[in-house]
Design a protein around this ligand. Structure first.
Ligand code: PRP
Length: 188
């Protein structure tokens, strides 16, 4: 029999995060983004969608299934944050794309753009593989936290500077599978 685990006082992510963007609003916006991307890439052959692990896995799954153009899926993994809530600004490549993207049109799919360091770094990494183009898509962006300038070509939502979880986003690995985007208060 499974033991019941009681929730510790500091583990705020075990409570229900305060809703910020509903499941329905996310679904509608993802469809709009997919329609726009499908239109923009209509005559460009196969699009390589590069999902950024881990956070983008749900957004990528939903977005990619709404596209009406030929597409393939790649993943890339970087590490920037620890288990806490603030970025060091240092980004490290953990896993590069597996397929050859030379001469291909590439769309980076991110869950969140915060300081912008990760996305800027990723554009550089993917550019070094000689693709035909590299564009960016992010579900949410905290514009007021930007430290570097980086274009988000397809953006779901601009959000205030609050710690958000759900739809792939985590706090200390918790709440990634929450169906909506909600707010938690970090304990550090
Ligand atoms: C998050 C998010 C982005 C990055 C954005 O990743 O998924 O990749 O931070 O932050 P920045 O704009 O300040 O660079 P995180 O390091 O939390 O890893 P995860 O995706 O595995 O949760």
């Amino acid at each position: 029999m499974l033991a019941l685990v009681s929730c510790c006082e500091n583990d705020v992510t075990q409570n229900d995060p305060k809703p910020m963007i509903s499941e329905a609003a996310i679904e509608a916006r993802v469809l709009e983004l997919a329609e726009q991307i499908s239109k923009d890439y209509e005559n460009y052959g196969e699009l390589v969608l590069v999902g950024v692990l881990k956070g983008a896995f749900i957004f990528l799954a939903d977005l990619s299934r709404q596209l009406t153009i030929p597409r393939v899926i790649e993943f890339i993994a970087v590490s920037s944050y620890g288990s806490g809530s603030r970025s060091s600004g240092a980004v490290r490549l953990v896993m590069d794309v597996r397929g050859n993207i030379e001469g291909k049109h590439v769309l980076i799919v991110e869950d969140i753009v915060d300081t912008g360091h990760t996305l800027k770094y990723l554009i550089g990494i993917l550019d070094s593989h000689g693709p035909a183009s590299v564009k960016t898509c992010a579900l949410v962006r905290k514009a007021e936290r930007a430290e570097v300038e980086v274009d988000v070509d397809y953006l779901g939502f601009d959000i205030p500077d609050e710690w958000v979880v759900g739809y792939g986003l985590d706090y200390a690995e918790k709440n990634r599978t929450l169906p909506y985007i909600g707010v938690v208060t970090p304990s550090d």
